[in-house]
Ligand binder design. Structure first.
Ligand code: SF4
Length: 458
């Protein structure tokens, strides 16, 4: 096991046996299940819609280079500026250079997994830029100096009393505020930040090749407030967010928010941004930074590249029994959960090895995935690739070889008692299998033994 894998195992043990954490994750799971079971009923034919979405996103694979250039051309035509960042460092420097050139010191930022992927906030803070997270969940996590535990429900791992405690410490408010009061404090702090902000950094749900449009969906209004209050708008977006045509959003947007676990069961604010605001009062500048950061490497993988079609609906996190046991933080990845486990393959085999063990092939996530992504198959592809190339999954390799050998010669197995077979197997695989999992029982008698008994063959 790699060093990273060993630390990871320790963290998993701690969190998986924490009853409070478990109860919170289960409450979140139950809530998701209540909402999710009705979602498909909003469609006359959900499978047809999924197939449409699948085709739209697959079309992009074929024409990526052309469509990206179309997008760039259209953004420029609409009055924006486009920059291309090959990796995380380039992207961070580009953001900083723009802010520095524009003399922007106070920045409001909306939810962006990409910004966590490239570790943007610590970098900007090092450069003395004040950044405020405006998504409520992210804002709470930021007070703890923590990454969101789940891309869709960032602070789901925190209880109300924990949040009340940190708010009292940071903002000098009374201890033990209720949820409504905590929201009032959040709004007040954020409203001050909006009015003093020089620039906004946002992500994007989709970018549209044939129009140069940038699409946002949200349920808090913080994206709109951030853009409306600042004259510099930086959109930090991965090249994987590209869609061919504006007509495609009628399929993709509802699917991407169909599992939003909110009262409304969906995101309520959709924004299509076409150009920077320019009138007698404002002269806004729009910068779009298109980030690759290993996405092209992912596209080269014939199987695993399917994960690029993910529209971040969050269903796989919410349903996955493993994610619901260990939560998002132990993944130590901007993309925790099943999607992150697949994407990590481009960060190197060492990085991906321990994450590839976080799937038990129950296939539940696939039932809910609106993009028909065969998630557990792709994690399995990672396992195969890692075992072939790196040996980090040597334990699993040994297990499969052992089983193959034993099953290939059942007569050998029949010579030993069932409990001995089980003990022997457990010893061999305990590191990979885990000390607390029971090894499946072998049948007392093999088929050939039973056959011989029935037919009285010696
Ligand atoms: S198939 Fe794997 S990733 Fe999907 S829900 Fe089951 S354990 Fe989680």
């Amino acid at each position: 096991m790699t060093e990273k894998g060993a630390i990871f195992s320790q963290n998993v043990k701690q969190v998986a046996f924490n009853k409070e954490h478990h109860d919170r994750m289960m409450a979140r799971y139950d809530f998701f299940m209540c909402v999710a079971k009705d979602c498909a009923n909003n469609y006359a034919n959900i499978e047809l819609e999924k197939s449409r979405a699948f085709n739209i996103r697959n079309k992009v694979f074929k024409y990526y280079d052309k469509l990206l250039v179309d997008f760039e051309t259209n953004v420029i035509k609409n009055g924006g500026t486009v920059r291309w960042a090959l990796d995380a460092d380039e992207a961070k420097y580009m953001v900083y250079t723009i802010l520095n050139d524009e003399k922007a010191k106070n920045v409001v930022k909306t939810k962006s997994i990409l910004s966590e992927e490239i570790e943007l906030i610590p970098f900007l803070e090092m450069k003395k830029i004040n950044v405020t997270e405006t998504d409520t969940g992210d804002f709470i996590c930021y007070q703890y100096n923590e990454l969101p535990s789940d891309p869709n429900h960032s602070a789901a791992h925190k209880s109300r009393s924990e949040i009340a405690e940190i708010y009292s410490e940071k903002f000098g408010v009374k201890e033990n505020l209720n949820a409504k009061q905590l929201m009032t404090v959040t709004r007040k702090v954020l409203n001050d930040k909006y009015s003093n902000a020089d620039a906004a950094i946002t992500g994007a749900d989709f970018i549209v090749a044939d129009t140069g449009d940038i699409i946002f969906s949200e349920n808090e209004g913080n994206v709109l407030k951030s853009i409306a209050n600042t004259d510099i708008h930086i959109v930090l977006v991965g090249i994987d967010k590209l869609i061919p045509s504006i007509d495609d959003i009628s399929v993709l947007l509802p699917l991407s928010s169909m599992y939003e676990v909110t009262k409304n069961k969906s995101k309520s604010i959709y924004t299509i941004l076409n150009k920077p605001a320019k009138d007698e009062f404002r002269n806004q500048k729009l910068y779009v930074i298109l980030v690759d950061n290993n996405r092209s490497k992912m596209l080269e993988k014939e199987q695993q590249r399917r994960i690029i079609t993910c529209i971040e609906c969050g269903a796989c996190h919410s349903i996955c029994p493993i994610f619901n046991t260990i939560g998002g933080h132990v993944y130590e990845n901007a993309f925790p959960g099943p999607v992150g486990a697949i994407k990590s393959i481009v960060d190197g085999y060492e990085e991906a090895a321990h994450l590839a063990t976080l799937c038990m092939s129950c296939h539940q996530c696939e039932e809910y995935c609106p993009m028909k992504i065969k998630i557990s198959d792709l994690i399995f592809r990672n396992k195969v690739e890692i075992a072939k190339n790196d040996g980090s999954l040597l334990g699993e390799k040994r297990l499969f070889n052992f089983i193959l050998k034993r099953v290939g010669n059942r007569k050998d197995m029949d010579k030993t008692k069932e409990f001995i077979n089980r003990f022997e197997l457990k010893q061999l695989i305990k590191k990979t299998w885990g000390a607390r999992r029971e090894i499946p029982k072998f049948a007392e008698k093999s088929f050939s033994e039973i056959w011989r008994d029935i037919n009285e063959i010696e």
